[in-house]
Design a protein around this ligand. Sequence first.
Ligand code: NAD
Length: 446
Amino acid sequence: MKILVIGVGYTGLVTGACFANNGNKVTCLDIDKKKIDNLNKGVIPIFEPGLSKIIKDSISNNSLLFSIDYEISIKESDIIFLTVGTPMKDNGETDLRYINSAAKSIGECIDSYKLIVVKSTVPVGTSFKIQKIIQSEIDERGKNINFDISNNPEFLKQGKAINDFMSPDRIVVGIDNDKNKKIFQELYKPFSIHHDKLIFMDILSSELTKYAANAMLATKISFMNEMANISEKLGADINKVRLGIGSDNRIGFNFIYPSVGYGGSCFPKDVNSIINFSNKEGYTPEILEAVNKVNENQKKYFFKKLFNRFKSKNNDFKNKKFGIWGLSFKPGTDDMRESASIYFVKEIINLGGSVSVYDPKAINNAKEKYLKDLVGVEFCSNKMDVLDRSDALILLTEWPEFRSPDFNKLGSMLKNKIIFDGRNQFDKQDMKKNGFEYHQIGARLL
Ligand code: NAD
């Protein structure tokens, strides 16, 4: 099939590359000329395991193109996927300006029948609004061109995006016209080998399914963090509680790891968005408001422990220096959107302290964007360098390379043998044996 993917970010690039890798002819279009120029030179703008190879393979067999030209790209496509960003506004509402603008561009250029698929995560009812924008542009041009709208939310996880796209648990498709079922069945056949993974439904339910999935996962994380805080107050150990409840098949081990909270470009904005669009309908989603609040508080709660441990008489961090391992919001990605690390670094600096930071993949993003121009931040190229003269190590992302460090070397390089572990990576008995003061989530100091 001839596919156009509009919006070349984490979702669009993975979607385009995976479709191209499975026998389709794909154009990926973005308004960011620099990004497209770079992609045409083979420079991949994001880190995602396995992505670079399938992009290069697909380019070399002419199944993947990058463009900024709406008119030509639309002309040469049968199906158009919308994967532009739908970020959060300050009031929690979803900012639809990018998707509305992409819809307008489609309406201005569409020349023959297309199936238009909304893959961006959008508030319930948005796909129909996009349909109206496209239609009104066609009407303005005085043309009579048919198109269909559908919704096909994306459930990939950054860090495992290729695998998730190639072998999804399910493929949800919202349609209002049964004739399009066949197109989706054919398109997704290579990704649905073992059994039919397609779940067809109406468009509104499909849009809500995406939010419900993310809200459920965010709820599990906040629930566990709440249990962690209760656990610590009472002298229990959340790591043991986790084993005790995760082994229950009805609960399972996924998404119950205690931490400094969830970040990234999806959970925070999607939980806020569902609260916002439910409020507009006169409904207050109380569970989700609590999920949000627990998550916001969780990084602050852990930071407060650090503050209480190191504050000076003047309640600041003057002359204190901390080493930070991990900046991305989770391992496997260079994405720092809504990452707890940004909060930690800024708070330490605001309190007069300094930091040395290291991340296997996000360090350039930190340097060029998220921690740019902050005085008191040293960007390190390996994990041991951050320890030098540091009063404590703070672990914020559970990258595999942080899991079994050389504790002797680590202890000898730190000023104090103190670790604040926001991801509960180590065993507290072992840490005590190794002579460390080891702070973690949901368990008291030994
Ligand atoms: P992103 O910010 O990484 O990329 C968005 C891209 O859209 C940018 O390259 C931007 O230049 C481009 N764009 C903006 N306006 C445009 C326009 N008018 N025409 C063409 N391109 C335009 O975003 P992302 O993280 O890939 O997310 C995209 C959507 O997918 C969001 O709705 C998000 O919620 C959803 N989603 C993301 C993930 C994820 O893990 N990142 C997972 C599932 C769903």
